[in-house]
Design a protein. Structure first.
Length: 596
Protein backbone atom coordinates (compact mmCIF):
# COMPACT_ATOMS: atom_id res chain seq x y z
CA UNK A 1 0.00 0.00 0.00
CA UNK A 2 1.15 3.53 -0.80
CA UNK A 3 0.32 6.49 1.43
CA UNK A 4 -1.83 9.17 -0.21
CA UNK A 5 -2.09 11.47 2.81
CA UNK A 6 -4.32 12.01 5.82
CA UNK A 7 -3.95 8.39 7.01
CA UNK A 8 -5.23 7.05 3.70
CA UNK A 9 -3.54 4.32 1.69
CA UNK A 10 -3.97 2.90 -1.76
CA UNK A 11 -3.00 -0.39 -3.37
CA UNK A 12 -3.57 -1.80 -6.83
CA UNK A 13 -3.33 -5.19 -8.44
CA UNK A 14 -3.64 -6.21 -12.06
CA UNK A 15 -6.43 -8.51 -13.24
CA UNK A 16 -5.29 -10.60 -16.16
CA UNK A 17 -7.74 -13.52 -16.14
CA UNK A 18 -11.43 -13.33 -17.09
CA UNK A 19 -12.89 -14.74 -13.89
CA UNK A 20 -14.15 -13.44 -10.54
CA UNK A 21 -11.49 -12.33 -8.07
CA UNK A 22 -11.46 -11.78 -4.30
CA UNK A 23 -9.17 -9.78 -2.07
CA UNK A 24 -8.76 -8.85 1.57
CA UNK A 25 -7.08 -5.95 3.33
CA UNK A 26 -4.36 -6.30 5.93
CA UNK A 27 -2.48 -3.58 7.73
CA UNK A 28 0.24 -3.54 10.33
CA UNK A 29 2.58 -1.17 12.12
CA UNK A 30 6.00 -1.08 10.45
CA UNK A 31 8.44 -0.51 13.34
CA UNK A 32 11.53 -0.46 11.12
CA UNK A 33 10.23 2.37 8.93
CA UNK A 34 9.12 4.24 12.04
CA UNK A 35 12.62 3.81 13.49
CA UNK A 36 14.25 5.00 10.24
CA UNK A 37 12.03 8.09 10.17
CA UNK A 38 12.87 9.03 13.77
CA UNK A 39 16.56 8.28 13.28
CA UNK A 40 16.70 10.62 10.32
CA UNK A 41 15.22 13.42 12.43
CA UNK A 42 17.77 12.80 15.20
CA UNK A 43 20.64 12.82 12.72
CA UNK A 44 19.45 16.07 11.20
CA UNK A 45 19.33 17.58 14.69
CA UNK A 46 22.89 16.42 15.43
CA UNK A 47 21.84 14.22 18.36
CA UNK A 48 23.71 11.23 19.69
CA UNK A 49 22.05 8.13 18.25
CA UNK A 50 23.98 5.37 20.00
CA UNK A 51 20.94 3.97 21.83
CA UNK A 52 18.70 4.33 18.79
CA UNK A 53 21.13 2.31 16.68
CA UNK A 54 20.95 -0.54 19.14
CA UNK A 55 17.15 -0.43 18.90
CA UNK A 56 17.46 -0.63 15.12
CA UNK A 57 19.87 -3.54 15.32
CA UNK A 58 17.40 -5.44 17.48
CA UNK A 59 14.54 -4.70 15.04
CA UNK A 60 16.58 -5.93 12.08
CA UNK A 61 17.61 -9.08 13.92
CA UNK A 62 13.98 -9.84 14.83
CA UNK A 63 12.86 -9.46 11.21
CA UNK A 64 15.76 -11.64 10.05
CA UNK A 65 14.42 -14.46 12.24
CA UNK A 66 11.13 -14.37 10.28
CA UNK A 67 12.82 -13.97 6.88
CA UNK A 68 14.38 -16.62 4.68
CA UNK A 69 17.05 -16.99 2.01
CA UNK A 70 18.91 -13.94 0.78
CA UNK A 71 16.58 -11.58 2.66
CA UNK A 72 17.43 -13.20 6.00
CA UNK A 73 21.17 -12.98 5.37
CA UNK A 74 20.96 -9.35 4.25
CA UNK A 75 18.93 -8.35 7.31
CA UNK A 76 21.26 -10.20 9.74
CA UNK A 77 24.26 -8.53 8.16
CA UNK A 78 22.56 -5.13 8.47
CA UNK A 79 21.76 -5.82 12.13
CA UNK A 80 25.43 -6.54 12.86
CA UNK A 81 26.57 -3.42 10.99
CA UNK A 82 24.13 -1.11 12.71
CA UNK A 83 25.03 -2.50 16.14
CA UNK A 84 28.74 -1.62 15.80
CA UNK A 85 28.33 1.91 14.44
CA UNK A 86 28.68 3.27 17.99
CA UNK A 87 26.70 6.39 17.23
CA UNK A 88 28.95 7.68 14.48
CA UNK A 89 26.71 10.07 12.57
CA UNK A 90 28.26 9.40 9.18
CA UNK A 91 28.06 5.64 9.68
CA UNK A 92 24.51 5.72 11.00
CA UNK A 93 23.30 6.88 7.62
CA UNK A 94 23.87 3.36 6.29
CA UNK A 95 21.00 2.26 8.52
CA UNK A 96 18.72 4.41 6.37
CA UNK A 97 19.16 2.19 3.31
CA UNK A 98 15.64 1.92 1.72
CA UNK A 99 16.46 -1.64 0.68
CA UNK A 100 16.39 -2.68 4.33
CA UNK A 101 12.85 -1.40 4.84
CA UNK A 102 11.66 -2.97 1.59
CA UNK A 103 13.05 -6.39 2.54
CA UNK A 104 11.75 -6.14 6.10
CA UNK A 105 8.23 -5.23 4.90
CA UNK A 106 7.96 -8.72 3.37
CA UNK A 107 8.02 -10.29 6.83
CA UNK A 108 5.62 -8.41 9.13
CA UNK A 109 5.24 -9.34 12.77
CA UNK A 110 2.08 -11.51 12.95
CA UNK A 111 1.20 -9.96 16.30
CA UNK A 112 0.96 -6.53 14.68
CA UNK A 113 -1.26 -7.53 11.71
CA UNK A 114 -4.90 -6.41 11.56
CA UNK A 115 -7.10 -8.09 8.95
CA UNK A 116 -10.33 -6.61 7.56
CA UNK A 117 -13.17 -8.99 8.35
CA UNK A 118 -14.69 -9.07 4.87
CA UNK A 119 -13.53 -10.76 1.69
CA UNK A 120 -14.13 -8.26 -1.12
CA UNK A 121 -15.27 -9.52 -4.53
CA UNK A 122 -14.28 -8.15 -7.93
CA UNK A 123 -16.54 -8.92 -10.87
CA UNK A 124 -14.48 -9.22 -14.04
CA UNK A 125 -16.23 -8.61 -17.35
CA UNK A 126 -14.92 -8.80 -20.91
CA UNK A 127 -13.82 -5.49 -22.47
CA UNK A 128 -17.07 -5.09 -24.41
CA UNK A 129 -18.92 -4.67 -21.12
CA UNK A 130 -17.02 -1.40 -20.64
CA UNK A 131 -17.25 -0.13 -24.22
CA UNK A 132 -19.98 -1.16 -26.65
CA UNK A 133 -22.35 0.22 -29.25
CA UNK A 134 -25.73 -1.52 -29.59
CA UNK A 135 -28.27 -1.64 -32.40
CA UNK A 136 -31.71 -3.05 -31.60
CA UNK A 137 -33.99 -4.48 -34.26
CA UNK A 138 -37.11 -6.61 -34.65
CA UNK A 139 -36.20 -9.67 -36.73
CA UNK A 140 -39.73 -9.96 -38.10
CA UNK A 141 -39.37 -6.45 -39.59
CA UNK A 142 -36.11 -7.20 -41.38
CA UNK A 143 -37.82 -8.16 -44.64
CA UNK A 144 -37.98 -6.02 -47.75
CA UNK A 145 -41.65 -6.54 -48.67
CA UNK A 146 -44.53 -4.69 -46.93
CA UNK A 147 -46.69 -6.85 -44.65
CA UNK A 148 -44.39 -9.86 -45.18
CA UNK A 149 -43.00 -11.44 -42.02
CA UNK A 150 -39.23 -11.19 -41.92
CA UNK A 151 -36.94 -14.14 -41.22
CA UNK A 152 -33.59 -14.77 -39.60
CA UNK A 153 -32.16 -15.00 -43.11
CA UNK A 154 -33.41 -11.44 -43.67
CA UNK A 155 -31.57 -10.45 -40.51
CA UNK A 156 -28.39 -11.98 -41.93
CA UNK A 157 -28.80 -9.69 -44.94
CA UNK A 158 -29.37 -6.72 -42.61
CA UNK A 159 -26.14 -7.32 -40.68
CA UNK A 160 -23.94 -5.62 -43.29
CA UNK A 161 -26.01 -2.47 -42.86
CA UNK A 162 -25.68 -2.60 -39.05
CA UNK A 163 -21.93 -3.19 -39.25
CA UNK A 164 -21.53 -0.34 -41.74
CA UNK A 165 -23.04 2.04 -39.19
CA UNK A 166 -20.25 1.12 -36.79
CA UNK A 167 -22.16 -0.91 -34.22
CA UNK A 168 -20.59 -3.90 -32.51
CA UNK A 169 -23.67 -5.48 -30.88
CA UNK A 170 -26.84 -6.37 -32.76
CA UNK A 171 -29.64 -6.89 -30.27
CA UNK A 172 -32.62 -8.98 -31.37
CA UNK A 173 -35.99 -8.63 -29.69
CA UNK A 174 -37.48 -12.00 -28.62
CA UNK A 175 -37.33 -14.59 -31.39
CA UNK A 176 -39.56 -17.19 -29.72
CA UNK A 177 -43.05 -18.46 -30.64
CA UNK A 178 -45.81 -15.99 -29.69
CA UNK A 179 -48.99 -17.01 -27.90
CA UNK A 180 -52.44 -16.73 -29.43
CA UNK A 181 -54.44 -16.33 -26.20
CA UNK A 182 -55.35 -12.68 -25.46
CA UNK A 183 -52.99 -11.58 -28.25
CA UNK A 184 -52.71 -7.79 -28.51
CA UNK A 185 -53.65 -6.11 -31.77
CA UNK A 186 -52.01 -3.28 -33.66
CA UNK A 187 -51.12 -0.27 -31.55
CA UNK A 188 -51.67 -2.39 -28.47
CA UNK A 189 -55.45 -2.70 -28.69
CA UNK A 190 -56.97 -5.34 -26.44
CA UNK A 191 -57.93 -7.85 -29.14
CA UNK A 192 -56.05 -8.84 -32.27
CA UNK A 193 -57.49 -9.19 -35.71
CA UNK A 194 -56.71 -12.06 -38.04
CA UNK A 195 -53.08 -11.88 -39.12
CA UNK A 196 -51.90 -9.63 -36.29
CA UNK A 197 -48.56 -11.09 -35.13
CA UNK A 198 -48.83 -10.17 -31.43
CA UNK A 199 -46.12 -8.97 -29.08
CA UNK A 200 -42.79 -10.85 -29.17
CA UNK A 201 -42.69 -10.52 -25.38
CA UNK A 202 -45.78 -12.77 -25.06
CA UNK A 203 -43.49 -15.78 -25.22
CA UNK A 204 -44.60 -19.33 -25.84
CA UNK A 205 -47.01 -21.40 -27.90
CA UNK A 206 -47.53 -25.08 -28.70
CA UNK A 207 -44.40 -24.74 -30.90
CA UNK A 208 -42.28 -24.13 -27.78
CA UNK A 209 -41.05 -21.60 -25.27
CA UNK A 210 -37.84 -19.80 -24.37
CA UNK A 211 -35.54 -22.19 -26.22
CA UNK A 212 -37.64 -22.35 -29.39
CA UNK A 213 -37.60 -20.11 -32.47
CA UNK A 214 -40.77 -18.67 -33.98
CA UNK A 215 -41.56 -20.85 -37.03
CA UNK A 216 -42.01 -17.82 -39.31
CA UNK A 217 -38.51 -16.61 -38.41
CA UNK A 218 -36.85 -19.84 -39.48
CA UNK A 219 -34.86 -22.68 -37.99
CA UNK A 220 -32.05 -23.16 -35.53
CA UNK A 221 -29.77 -23.61 -38.53
CA UNK A 222 -30.79 -20.14 -39.72
CA UNK A 223 -29.93 -18.78 -36.30
CA UNK A 224 -26.50 -20.40 -36.43
CA UNK A 225 -25.94 -18.80 -39.83
CA UNK A 226 -26.87 -15.43 -38.33
CA UNK A 227 -24.41 -15.80 -35.45
CA UNK A 228 -21.67 -16.92 -37.83
CA UNK A 229 -22.15 -13.98 -40.19
CA UNK A 230 -22.33 -11.53 -37.30
CA UNK A 231 -19.04 -12.83 -35.96
CA UNK A 232 -17.43 -12.39 -39.40
CA UNK A 233 -18.52 -8.73 -39.33
CA UNK A 234 -17.24 -8.13 -35.81
CA UNK A 235 -20.74 -8.10 -34.31
CA UNK A 236 -21.92 -9.79 -31.15
CA UNK A 237 -25.48 -11.08 -31.19
CA UNK A 238 -27.48 -10.11 -28.10
CA UNK A 239 -30.75 -11.84 -27.26
CA UNK A 240 -33.65 -10.49 -25.27
CA UNK A 241 -34.31 -12.61 -22.18
CA UNK A 242 -37.83 -11.99 -20.87
CA UNK A 243 -38.78 -14.41 -18.11
CA UNK A 244 -42.53 -14.32 -18.61
CA UNK A 245 -44.94 -16.54 -20.51
CA UNK A 246 -47.97 -16.30 -22.72
CA UNK A 247 -50.97 -18.39 -21.59
CA UNK A 248 -49.98 -20.82 -24.36
CA UNK A 249 -46.44 -21.43 -23.11
CA UNK A 250 -45.70 -25.13 -22.43
CA UNK A 251 -44.70 -24.27 -18.86
CA UNK A 252 -48.24 -23.11 -18.07
CA UNK A 253 -49.51 -26.62 -18.77
CA UNK A 254 -46.50 -28.53 -17.42
CA UNK A 255 -45.71 -26.41 -14.35
CA UNK A 256 -48.72 -24.37 -13.19
CA UNK A 257 -47.03 -24.13 -9.78
CA UNK A 258 -44.45 -21.76 -11.31
CA UNK A 259 -47.05 -18.98 -11.65
CA UNK A 260 -49.00 -16.64 -9.39
CA UNK A 261 -52.62 -17.70 -8.83
CA UNK A 262 -55.68 -15.67 -7.93
CA UNK A 263 -58.04 -16.76 -5.16
CA UNK A 264 -60.29 -18.38 -7.78
CA UNK A 265 -57.39 -20.56 -8.96
CA UNK A 266 -56.78 -18.76 -12.27
CA UNK A 267 -53.26 -17.63 -13.16
CA UNK A 268 -52.53 -13.94 -12.58
CA UNK A 269 -51.68 -12.01 -15.75
CA UNK A 270 -49.27 -9.07 -15.77
CA UNK A 271 -50.44 -5.64 -14.67
CA UNK A 272 -48.98 -2.18 -14.27
CA UNK A 273 -52.11 -0.34 -13.19
CA UNK A 274 -53.99 0.95 -15.00
CA UNK A 275 -52.37 -1.08 -17.80
CA UNK A 276 -53.15 -4.77 -18.09
CA UNK A 277 -51.31 -7.41 -20.12
CA UNK A 278 -53.60 -10.41 -20.40
CA UNK A 279 -51.26 -11.95 -22.96
CA UNK A 280 -48.46 -12.33 -20.36
CA UNK A 281 -48.19 -14.45 -17.22
CA UNK A 282 -45.43 -13.44 -14.78
CA UNK A 283 -43.39 -16.24 -13.23
CA UNK A 284 -43.39 -16.67 -9.46
CA UNK A 285 -39.72 -16.99 -8.54
CA UNK A 286 -40.63 -17.37 -4.88
CA UNK A 287 -42.86 -20.38 -5.46
CA UNK A 288 -42.39 -23.40 -3.19
CA UNK A 289 -40.94 -25.07 -6.30
CA UNK A 290 -38.40 -22.27 -6.81
CA UNK A 291 -35.40 -24.56 -7.11
CA UNK A 292 -36.79 -26.29 -10.19
CA UNK A 293 -37.91 -22.98 -11.70
CA UNK A 294 -34.57 -21.27 -11.11
CA UNK A 295 -32.74 -24.19 -12.69
CA UNK A 296 -35.03 -24.03 -15.74
CA UNK A 297 -34.37 -20.31 -16.17
CA UNK A 298 -30.63 -20.86 -15.82
CA UNK A 299 -30.85 -23.50 -18.51
CA UNK A 300 -32.41 -20.97 -20.89
CA UNK A 301 -29.21 -18.92 -20.72
CA UNK A 302 -27.05 -22.02 -21.06
CA UNK A 303 -28.98 -23.16 -24.12
CA UNK A 304 -28.40 -19.93 -26.01
CA UNK A 305 -24.77 -19.86 -24.97
CA UNK A 306 -24.46 -23.26 -26.64
CA UNK A 307 -25.88 -21.63 -29.79
CA UNK A 308 -23.15 -18.98 -29.77
CA UNK A 309 -24.81 -16.13 -27.84
CA UNK A 310 -22.82 -14.48 -25.03
CA UNK A 311 -24.66 -11.17 -24.61
CA UNK A 312 -28.11 -10.84 -23.04
CA UNK A 313 -30.47 -7.94 -22.57
CA UNK A 314 -32.69 -8.88 -19.62
CA UNK A 315 -36.26 -7.57 -19.58
CA UNK A 316 -37.52 -6.03 -16.30
CA UNK A 317 -35.02 -7.73 -13.97
CA UNK A 318 -36.17 -5.58 -11.05
CA UNK A 319 -39.41 -7.58 -10.93
CA UNK A 320 -37.46 -10.72 -9.96
CA UNK A 321 -35.68 -11.45 -6.64
CA UNK A 322 -32.17 -10.08 -6.30
CA UNK A 323 -31.06 -13.43 -4.91
CA UNK A 324 -32.06 -15.10 -8.16
CA UNK A 325 -29.94 -12.76 -10.28
CA UNK A 326 -26.94 -13.09 -8.00
CA UNK A 327 -27.19 -16.88 -8.21
CA UNK A 328 -27.95 -17.26 -11.89
CA UNK A 329 -25.36 -14.75 -13.12
CA UNK A 330 -22.70 -16.50 -11.04
CA UNK A 331 -23.81 -19.83 -12.50
CA UNK A 332 -23.65 -18.51 -16.05
CA UNK A 333 -20.29 -16.82 -15.59
CA UNK A 334 -18.84 -20.02 -14.19
CA UNK A 335 -19.82 -21.70 -17.46
CA UNK A 336 -19.08 -18.72 -19.72
CA UNK A 337 -16.85 -15.94 -18.31
CA UNK A 338 -17.46 -13.87 -21.47
CA UNK A 339 -21.20 -13.48 -20.77
CA UNK A 340 -22.54 -9.91 -20.60
CA UNK A 341 -25.84 -8.93 -18.99
CA UNK A 342 -27.66 -5.65 -19.73
CA UNK A 343 -30.41 -4.78 -17.25
CA UNK A 344 -33.53 -3.15 -18.68
CA UNK A 345 -34.55 -1.75 -15.32
CA UNK A 346 -36.37 1.57 -15.51
CA UNK A 347 -37.07 1.72 -11.81
CA UNK A 348 -35.92 3.42 -8.63
CA UNK A 349 -32.17 4.19 -8.47
CA UNK A 350 -31.44 1.94 -5.51
CA UNK A 351 -32.99 -1.05 -7.27
CA UNK A 352 -30.98 -0.34 -10.42
CA UNK A 353 -27.78 -0.07 -8.40
CA UNK A 354 -28.55 -3.23 -6.45
CA UNK A 355 -28.94 -5.18 -9.69
CA UNK A 356 -25.51 -3.94 -10.76
CA UNK A 357 -24.01 -5.07 -7.47
CA UNK A 358 -25.63 -8.49 -7.91
CA UNK A 359 -23.82 -9.01 -11.22
CA UNK A 360 -25.35 -7.11 -14.15
CA UNK A 361 -22.65 -5.80 -16.50
CA UNK A 362 -24.59 -2.76 -17.74
CA UNK A 363 -27.89 -1.04 -17.10
CA UNK A 364 -30.35 1.21 -18.85
CA UNK A 365 -30.61 4.66 -17.27
CA UNK A 366 -32.84 7.73 -17.02
CA UNK A 367 -30.92 9.32 -19.89
CA UNK A 368 -34.01 9.42 -22.15
CA UNK A 369 -35.66 11.87 -19.72
CA UNK A 370 -32.67 14.00 -18.77
CA UNK A 371 -32.70 16.86 -21.27
CA UNK A 372 -31.59 20.13 -19.71
CA UNK A 373 -28.01 21.12 -19.04
CA UNK A 374 -28.47 20.93 -15.25
CA UNK A 375 -30.32 17.60 -15.35
CA UNK A 376 -27.55 16.05 -17.42
CA UNK A 377 -24.76 17.46 -15.29
CA UNK A 378 -26.33 16.31 -12.04
CA UNK A 379 -27.21 12.85 -13.27
CA UNK A 380 -23.91 12.03 -14.92
CA UNK A 381 -21.93 13.41 -12.01
CA UNK A 382 -23.76 10.87 -9.84
CA UNK A 383 -23.06 8.04 -12.30
CA UNK A 384 -19.38 8.77 -12.83
CA UNK A 385 -18.01 10.82 -9.92
CA UNK A 386 -19.49 9.05 -6.90
CA UNK A 387 -19.24 5.52 -5.54
CA UNK A 388 -21.91 4.52 -8.09
CA UNK A 389 -19.21 4.52 -10.75
CA UNK A 390 -17.44 1.68 -8.93
CA UNK A 391 -20.17 -0.86 -9.74
CA UNK A 392 -22.71 0.63 -12.17
CA UNK A 393 -22.07 0.87 -15.92
CA UNK A 394 -24.56 3.10 -17.69
CA UNK A 395 -25.92 2.20 -21.11
CA UNK A 396 -27.49 5.25 -22.77
CA UNK A 397 -30.48 4.78 -25.09
CA UNK A 398 -32.15 7.85 -26.65
CA UNK A 399 -35.08 5.63 -27.70
CA UNK A 400 -36.43 2.11 -27.23
CA UNK A 401 -39.53 0.36 -28.60
CA UNK A 402 -41.26 1.47 -25.37
CA UNK A 403 -39.85 4.99 -25.12
CA UNK A 404 -40.40 7.80 -27.60
CA UNK A 405 -39.59 10.69 -25.29
CA UNK A 406 -41.31 14.04 -25.65
CA UNK A 407 -37.99 15.68 -26.52
CA UNK A 408 -37.78 13.56 -29.67
CA UNK A 409 -41.46 14.00 -30.51
CA UNK A 410 -41.30 17.78 -30.43
CA UNK A 411 -37.71 18.56 -31.37
CA UNK A 412 -37.66 17.16 -34.90
CA UNK A 413 -34.50 15.95 -36.60
CA UNK A 414 -32.20 18.25 -34.53
CA UNK A 415 -33.44 16.58 -31.35
CA UNK A 416 -32.41 13.17 -32.67
CA UNK A 417 -28.97 14.53 -33.55
CA UNK A 418 -28.54 16.06 -30.10
CA UNK A 419 -29.56 12.88 -28.29
CA UNK A 420 -27.31 10.73 -30.49
CA UNK A 421 -24.28 12.92 -29.83
CA UNK A 422 -24.97 13.06 -26.09
CA UNK A 423 -25.45 9.28 -25.80
CA UNK A 424 -22.33 8.49 -27.82
CA UNK A 425 -20.03 10.87 -25.95
CA UNK A 426 -21.40 10.98 -22.40
CA UNK A 427 -21.43 7.19 -22.27
CA UNK A 428 -18.91 4.54 -23.23
CA UNK A 429 -21.92 2.24 -23.75
CA UNK A 430 -24.87 3.40 -25.80
CA UNK A 431 -27.49 2.00 -28.14
CA UNK A 432 -30.34 2.93 -30.42
CA UNK A 433 -33.55 1.22 -31.43
CA UNK A 434 -33.43 1.20 -35.18
CA UNK A 435 -34.30 1.77 -37.89
CA UNK A 436 -36.81 3.96 -36.04
CA UNK A 437 -34.04 6.19 -34.70
CA UNK A 438 -31.96 6.83 -37.80
CA UNK A 439 -35.15 7.35 -39.83
CA UNK A 440 -36.36 9.92 -37.27
CA UNK A 441 -39.62 8.16 -36.38
CA UNK A 442 -41.31 10.47 -33.86
CA UNK A 443 -45.09 10.16 -34.10
CA UNK A 444 -46.68 9.02 -30.81
CA UNK A 445 -49.68 6.75 -30.62
CA UNK A 446 -51.63 9.61 -29.06
CA UNK A 447 -50.79 12.96 -27.43
CA UNK A 448 -48.99 12.53 -24.13
CA UNK A 449 -47.95 8.95 -24.91
CA UNK A 450 -44.40 7.65 -25.26
CA UNK A 451 -45.65 4.74 -27.39
CA UNK A 452 -44.91 4.81 -31.11
CA UNK A 453 -47.77 5.00 -33.56
CA UNK A 454 -47.83 1.72 -35.52
CA UNK A 455 -45.35 0.23 -33.08
CA UNK A 456 -43.28 -2.75 -34.15
CA UNK A 457 -44.23 -4.33 -30.84
CA UNK A 458 -47.60 -5.21 -32.38
CA UNK A 459 -47.08 -5.35 -36.15
CA UNK A 460 -44.57 -6.11 -38.87
CA UNK A 461 -42.93 -3.03 -40.38
CA UNK A 462 -41.01 -2.67 -43.62
CA UNK A 463 -38.30 -0.03 -43.42
CA UNK A 464 -36.83 1.99 -46.29
CA UNK A 465 -33.25 2.27 -45.06
CA UNK A 466 -32.37 4.76 -47.79
CA UNK A 467 -35.20 7.14 -46.91
CA UNK A 468 -34.34 10.84 -47.29
CA UNK A 469 -33.33 12.47 -44.05
CA UNK A 470 -31.77 9.36 -42.54
CA UNK A 471 -29.13 9.90 -39.88
CA UNK A 472 -27.14 7.01 -41.28
CA UNK A 473 -24.10 9.09 -42.25
CA UNK A 474 -23.92 10.93 -38.93
CA UNK A 475 -24.26 7.71 -36.92
CA UNK A 476 -21.49 6.12 -38.94
CA UNK A 477 -19.18 9.07 -38.32
CA UNK A 478 -19.96 9.24 -34.60
CA UNK A 479 -19.24 5.54 -34.12
CA UNK A 480 -16.04 5.94 -36.11
CA UNK A 481 -14.96 8.73 -33.74
CA UNK A 482 -15.70 6.50 -30.75
CA UNK A 483 -13.50 3.72 -32.13
CA UNK A 484 -10.64 6.09 -32.96
CA UNK A 485 -10.54 7.89 -29.60
CA UNK A 486 -9.88 5.92 -26.40
CA UNK A 487 -11.00 8.91 -24.34
CA UNK A 488 -14.59 8.09 -25.32
CA UNK A 489 -14.23 4.43 -24.38
CA UNK A 490 -14.56 5.00 -20.62
CA UNK A 491 -16.66 7.13 -18.29
CA UNK A 492 -14.62 7.82 -15.15
CA UNK A 493 -12.77 10.84 -16.57
CA UNK A 494 -15.99 12.69 -17.49
CA UNK A 495 -15.58 16.33 -16.43
CA UNK A 496 -18.11 19.14 -16.88
CA UNK A 497 -16.94 22.62 -17.76
CA UNK A 498 -18.72 25.91 -17.21
CA UNK A 499 -20.69 27.85 -19.79
CA UNK A 500 -22.45 31.21 -19.57
CA UNK A 501 -25.52 29.87 -21.43
CA UNK A 502 -27.87 27.35 -19.83
CA UNK A 503 -28.56 25.80 -23.23
CA UNK A 504 -24.88 24.93 -23.81
CA UNK A 505 -23.46 21.83 -22.15
CA UNK A 506 -19.68 21.40 -22.14
CA UNK A 507 -17.75 18.35 -20.96
CA UNK A 508 -14.53 16.45 -21.62
CA UNK A 509 -13.09 12.96 -21.42
CA UNK A 510 -9.40 12.04 -21.36
CA UNK A 511 -7.22 8.95 -21.25
CA UNK A 512 -5.21 8.52 -18.00
CA UNK A 513 -2.10 10.20 -19.37
CA UNK A 514 -4.16 12.74 -21.33
CA UNK A 515 -2.64 11.55 -24.58
CA UNK A 516 -6.17 11.64 -26.01
CA UNK A 517 -8.56 14.39 -24.92
CA UNK A 518 -12.07 14.96 -26.28
CA UNK A 519 -14.04 18.12 -25.52
CA UNK A 520 -17.74 18.28 -26.38
CA UNK A 521 -20.01 21.31 -26.53
CA UNK A 522 -23.69 20.56 -27.15
CA UNK A 523 -26.65 22.86 -27.76
CA UNK A 524 -29.42 21.08 -25.84
CA UNK A 525 -32.06 23.38 -27.37
CA UNK A 526 -33.19 21.68 -30.62
CA UNK A 527 -35.15 24.73 -31.77
CA UNK A 528 -32.82 27.74 -31.53
CA UNK A 529 -29.27 28.79 -32.26
CA UNK A 530 -27.29 29.31 -29.05
CA UNK A 531 -24.07 31.25 -28.49
CA UNK A 532 -21.83 31.77 -25.49
CA UNK A 533 -18.49 31.24 -23.81
CA UNK A 534 -17.18 28.00 -22.33
CA UNK A 535 -15.05 28.23 -19.17
CA UNK A 536 -12.56 25.39 -19.31
CA UNK A 537 -10.93 23.52 -16.46
CA UNK A 538 -7.50 23.40 -18.06
CA UNK A 539 -6.16 20.70 -15.74
CA UNK A 540 -8.85 18.28 -16.92
CA UNK A 541 -7.75 18.66 -20.54
CA UNK A 542 -4.02 18.72 -19.85
CA UNK A 543 -3.28 22.35 -20.72
CA UNK A 544 -1.34 25.09 -18.97
CA UNK A 545 -2.60 28.59 -18.31
CA UNK A 546 -2.19 30.77 -21.38
CA UNK A 547 -1.09 27.88 -23.60
CA UNK A 548 -2.50 28.19 -27.13
CA UNK A 549 -4.10 25.08 -28.55
CA UNK A 550 -6.18 23.93 -31.49
CA UNK A 551 -9.57 22.25 -31.25
CA UNK A 552 -10.33 19.99 -34.19
CA UNK A 553 -14.05 19.38 -34.73
CA UNK A 554 -14.27 15.70 -35.64
CA UNK A 555 -17.78 16.14 -37.07
CA UNK A 556 -17.07 18.96 -39.53
CA UNK A 557 -13.26 18.80 -39.78
CA UNK A 558 -13.07 22.51 -38.83
CA UNK A 559 -10.16 23.69 -36.69
CA UNK A 560 -10.20 26.59 -34.26
CA UNK A 561 -7.37 28.30 -32.39
CA UNK A 562 -8.19 28.69 -28.68
CA UNK A 563 -6.27 30.04 -25.73
CA UNK A 564 -6.93 30.26 -22.02
CA UNK A 565 -10.06 29.51 -20.03
CA UNK A 566 -12.81 31.32 -21.95
CA UNK A 567 -13.58 30.58 -25.56
CA UNK A 568 -16.54 31.41 -27.77
CA UNK A 569 -18.91 28.94 -29.44
CA UNK A 570 -22.10 29.17 -31.47
CA UNK A 571 -24.22 26.15 -32.37
CA UNK A 572 -27.18 26.06 -34.72
CA UNK A 573 -29.44 22.99 -34.41
CA UNK A 574 -30.49 23.32 -38.04
CA UNK A 575 -26.94 22.39 -39.11
CA UNK A 576 -24.76 20.73 -36.46
CA UNK A 577 -25.89 21.33 -32.87
CA UNK A 578 -22.65 20.17 -31.26
CA UNK A 579 -18.87 20.12 -31.44
CA UNK A 580 -16.85 16.99 -30.76
CA UNK A 581 -13.40 18.55 -30.41
CA UNK A 582 -10.10 16.71 -30.33
CA UNK A 583 -7.67 18.82 -28.30
CA UNK A 584 -4.42 19.34 -30.19
CA UNK A 585 -1.52 20.82 -28.29
CA UNK A 586 -0.18 22.85 -31.21
CA UNK A 587 0.09 26.51 -32.17
CA UNK A 588 -1.94 27.92 -35.02
CA UNK A 589 1.27 28.24 -36.98
CA UNK A 590 1.53 24.47 -36.99
CA UNK A 591 -2.14 24.06 -37.92
CA UNK A 592 -2.93 25.74 -41.24
CA UNK A 593 -6.53 26.80 -41.53
CA UNK A 594 -7.19 27.04 -37.81
CA UNK A 595 -9.61 29.86 -37.00
CA UNK A 596 -10.05 31.98 -33.88
Amino acid sequence: MAAIGNDRWRATFAIEVLRPHEYRLQACVDPLKTWQRDLQRRLEAGQDVHAELQVGADLLAAVAERASGEDAERLRSAARSVAVLNGATHGAKSAMDPDLAERASRYPDPARIATYDHVLPVTVDPPRAAFSTWYELFPRSAGTMPDVHGTLRDVVDRLDYVASLGFDVVYLTPIHPIGEAHRKGRNGVASAESGDPGSPWAIGSPEGGHTAIHPELGSLGDFHALVKRARELGLDVALDIAFQCSPDHPWVREHPEWFHHRPDGSIQYAENPPKTYEDIYPLDLETSEWRELWAALRDVFLYWIEQGVHTFRVDNPHTKPFAFWEWVIAEIRAADPTAIFLAEAFTRPRLMYELAMRGFSQSYTYFAWRNSKWELMGYFTELTRTEVGEFFRASLWPNTPDILAEYLQTGGRPAFVVRLLLAATLGANYGIYGPAFELVERTPREPGSEEYLDSEKYEVRCWDLDREGSLRGLITRVNEIRREHPALQQDRSLTFHGTDNDQLLCYSKATPGQEDVILCVVNVDPHNKQVGFVDLSLDAIGLDWGEPFVVHDLLTDARYSWQGLRNYVELDPSSVPAHIFHIMRSTTAEMPGARR
